[in-house]
Write a new protein. Structure first.
Length: 149
């Protein structure tokens, strides 16, 4: 890709490593795309409210194992991760979590834990905080459909 002749355009960008090998170069190019899409990020006049533009990466098994080990949680060989954006209201948050846990059980899987994704909310403006949801991950095991890591 020649960044000198590429032009900004609204939309998305994709960078993949077809052979599956991990490479910082792929992440670097993806971040470059994000920088070029800054104008598309739907920012308001304050410059502090956007649409959450970012990059999607492969699940880091080492990261999850080390992080959850600190909480005395041992992950099984195979597990799944789901990403949810849930309401900040405690009652609604707990209702949503219980609902997902029940669905997991009904589907024949086993719930492991919820993990709140760390977020630096101090950089958000008031308007963003009003609409901000809690970013949370669901980890589960005994996936009946497939076993992929």
């Amino acid at each position: 890709m020649n960044f000198e002749i590429e032009h900004d355009a609204c939309g998305i960008g994709t960078v993949v490593q077809i052979d599956g090998k991990q490479s910082y170069d792929v992440v670097d190019k993806a971040l470059h795309i994000v920088e070029k899409l800054e104008h598309r990020a739907g920012k308001d006049a304050s410059g502090k409210v956007g649409d959450g533009v970012g990059i999607l990466l492969q699940i880091s098994d080492d990261f999850f194992r080390k992080t959850l080990k600190k909480e005395n949680i041992k992950l099984p060989e195979y597990y799944g991760v789901g990403m949810f954006f849930l309401p900040r209201n405690k009652l609604l948050l707990n209702q949503h979590k219980k609902m997902f846990e029940k669905i997991v059980e009904q589907e024949g899987c086993k719930f492991i834990t919820w993990r709140k994704v760390p977020c630096n909310e101090s950089i958000l403006g008031q308007k963003a905080m009003t609409a901000c949801q809690i970013s949370i991950k669901l980890l589960l095991k005994d996936l009946k459909i497939f076993r992929v890591m």
